[in-house]
Design a protein around this ligand. Structure first.
Ligand code: G2H
Length: 249
């Protein structure tokens, strides 16, 4: 039985004041909610404060990225061990905004994924196709390549300590959400691909959906067996909206 996970990706949003307000609203909205795991991923500079603010809460904290290197002369980067050190349970790797803007390729993402595991932080591995790739019928080829890069580098058993997020790039922050059927089809593809290597790992693997998920479309997506939660961007900045998704999970 897979426990759903709803994780908020705050992206490059927030301030100390806004974060305090959001966390306090979230804690009241989510008080007593059982059966779902929750996490927030604030910008790196706010991580220690957010961990501290959530010390008495079941809400976990994650980073939005980590270096593929353990330590050293890598200006501006944050090591997975540092995320662990300040109390992070999760780290997002391979988000499409980084694959795109920072030109992170699948090999680099796989190295970040391995660095996270080595530090004892659970990677949330993002995969997903661009609009043109979907239109060209290449969704499975693209997602399969992104997935295989990680499985080849780290082994299928590594997924016992990881989470996958399917995020169709054309649905991110655009207001366009994949239909539950479109999402479920790719989630099933991912699970089958993993099952090809190890059916037990595939059965236990949590696969989240990400891409304009909101309280009012979450139930339809989460009704599918293969959709085990959400990686939520915009809607995670609004406590009531995020809580609505968490309740639907
Ligand atoms: C996809 C998602 C969170 P949004 O990037 O990772 O963002 O919900 O704003 O589309």
């Amino acid at each position: 039985m897979r426990k759903p996970l709803v994780a908020g990706n705050w992206k490059m949003n927030g301030s100390r004041d806004a974060n305090r307000e959001l966390l306090s609203a979230l804690q009241s909205e989510l008080d007593g909610l059982a059966g779902v795991e929750l996490a927030v991923c604030p910008p790196a500079v706010y991580l220690p404060e957010v961990v501290e603010a959530l010390a008495d809460s079941p809400i976990e904290v994650g980073g939005q990225d980590c270096s593929d290197q353990a330590s050293g002369a890598y200006t501006g980067e944050v090591a997975a061990a540092m995320l662990k050190d300040v109390g992070c349970r999760y780290v997002i790797v391979g988000h499409s905004e980084r694959r795109d803007r920072q030109a992170e390729d699948s090999a680099w993402v796989a190295a970040k994924y391995q660095a996270a595991l080595a530090a004892g932080v659970t990677p949330i591995l993002c995969v997903g196709e661009q609009k043109e790739e979907r239109e060209a019928g290449r969704t499975e080829a693209v997602v399969g390549e992104q997935l295989d890069a990680v499985l080849d580098a780290a082994g299928v058993e590594s997924l016992d300590r990881a989470v996958i997020a399917y995020e169709p790039v054309w649905a991110i922050g655009t207001g366009l959400t994949a239909t539950p059927e479109q999402a479920a089809e790719v989630h099933a593809f991912i699970r089958n691909r993993v099952a090809g290597r190890d059916p037990r790992v595939a059965a236990d693997l949590r696969i989240l959906y990400g891409g304009s998920m909101k309280a009012d479309n979450a139930a339809g997506l989460l009704a599918h067996d293969d959709i085990d939660g959400g990686l939520v961007g915009g809607a995670s900045l609004d406590a009531a909206n995020f809580a609505g998704i968490a309740r639907a999970a």
